[in-house]
Design a protein around this ligand. Structure first.
Ligand SMILES: Cc1cc2nc3c(=O)[nH]c(=O)nc-3n(C[C@H](O)[C@H](O)[C@H](O)COP(=O)(O)OP(=O)(O)OC[C@H]3O[C@@H](n4cnc5c(N)ncnc54)[C@H](O)[C@@H]3O)c2cc1C
Length: 356
């Protein structure tokens, strides 16, 4: 396998995990990430390391995630759910109800899921990880492929393989020469990017005052702007987070300070006056980020589509350009587990090529 040289495009969980595995196998790679940071949809708040992207994994049926956090030595803990929950709607106002426990245990990483990003990237050779490298085009000379980046021609490497660790809808925007057939473009555009239509609000507090009042931090609202609130605390501090009930277009009409003000007012309605003074508030709108969402995602209502067939690009790209982002997984697509599953499948294929 000495001639194999792989360009990984995208430095989210899938790209980082692929690079980590390739590095351990001694296979040459370069990882290119469009943003000025690694992690993709995994992102932490400035203080406390609270998750603005994914928080949970479910070891009962996500065996790869469990194996990876164990391999990387990352401490995990159960989502806090003890106590009552709050509900609000226009008919009854704010009411306290007994909490419920979900059948599968939701696990979180101490320090947030960004710990996965730090742990994986710390194990990679820095010279082969390139930030601010947004792939615009891929050219094929018949033998090798050359990725072309937005910042110009200073990266003129060629590769035997290109692994695309990004949502299929973003891949549809990359210029391939020879061009991808219309059928492939339609297939790529048809796969929604999981959670791309969503946003998160996090309020970091000095104390978990809701726990002290016998509340879990869970809340559900038909008034909004948050539809669903949970405890976001970890060993670095206390916090509540919420998913929005207002859609991407409604959010886009408000400024971040207006959104934070409305969220804070809602937390006061739900949890009392102590919610009025967070140490820090964070808001991240994934629908407004072109490195995650397309216009199609912004219009979606957040559907979760499971793929039942692998996306294989037409010749001459088939087998040489592979999709390894979470949305390309045949199992758990869209989740962090899916990102690992999609990479593992392509790694098995690479192993079976021998010295190809
Ligand atoms: C708010 C929210 C909550 C979530 N909650 C959960 C949860 O609780 N549990 C769970 O399992 N999953 C959850 N998810 C989904 C989870 O975040 C994803 O499954 C996972 O992070 C996907 O990783 P990925 O590497 O496949 O894609 P991404 O993280 O999207 O990475 C793609 C990378 O490609 C880069 N990129 C894009 N275009 C280019 C280009 N042209 N050139 C170079 N690089 C490019 C991007 O900048 C990005 O870094 C959530 C997601 C969000 C947004």
């Amino acid at each position: 396998m000495t001639d194999v040289r792989i360009a990984i495009i995208g430095g989210g969980l899938a790209g980082l995990y692929a690079a980590y595995r390739l590095h351990r196998l001694g296979i040459a790679f370069d990882l290119f990430e469009a943003r000025n940071r690694l992690g993709g949809r995994i992102l932490a708040t400035g203080s406390g390391g609270f998750d603005l992207g994914p928080s949970w994994f479910w070891p009962d049926f996500q065996l790869r995630m469990q194996a990876l956090v164990t391999e990387l030595g990352l401490p995990v803990f159960e989502q806090y759910t003890a106590g009552a929950m709050m509900l609000e709607d226009r008919a009854v106002g704010v009411v306290r109800r007994a909490g419920y426990v979900s059948g599968n245990t939701s696990m979180r990483l101490e320090g947030g899921t960004a710990q996965l990003v730090s742990a994986l990237s710390a194990r990679l050779p820095a010279a082969h990880v390139h930030l601010n490298a947004s792939l615009q085009a891929v050219n094929d000379d018949g033998v090798l492929m050359q990725p072309v980046f937005a910042d110009g021609p200073d990266r003129l490497q060629t590769y035997t393989h290109i692994w695309l660790a990004l949502p299929p809808r973003l891949i549809a925007g990359i210029q391939f020469t020879p061009a991808l057939p219309e059928r492939d473009l339609q297939t790529l555009k048809a796969v929604p990017t999981w959670m791309a239509a969503h946003a998160k609000y996090v309020a970091h507090y000095a104390r978990p005052f809701w726990r002290e009042a016998g509340l879990s931090g869970d809340a559900f609202s038909r008034i909004g702007p948050l539809a669903e609130v949970h405890d976001a605390g970890n060993n670095q501090g206390a916090a509540l987070f919420g998913f929005f009930g207002i859609n991407a277009a409604q959010r886009a009409r408000l400024t971040p300070p207006e959104i934070k003000l409305a969220c804070r007012a809602q937390l006061v309605r739900l949890f009392g006056e102590q919610a009025a003074e967070p140490i820090e508030e964070s808001f991240y709108d994934w629908a407004a980020d072109p490195c995650t969402a397309t216009e199609q995602d912004r219009l979606s209502n957040g559907e979760h589509v499971a793929l039942d067939a692998e996306i294989v690009l037409a010749a001459p790209w088939a087998n040489r350009v592979r999709l390894i982002g979470s949305e390309a997984a045949l199992e758990q697509g869209g989740y962090m587990e899916g990102a690992l599953a999609a990479v593992d499948r392509v790694l098995v294929e690479l192993g079976s090529m021998g010295s190809d």
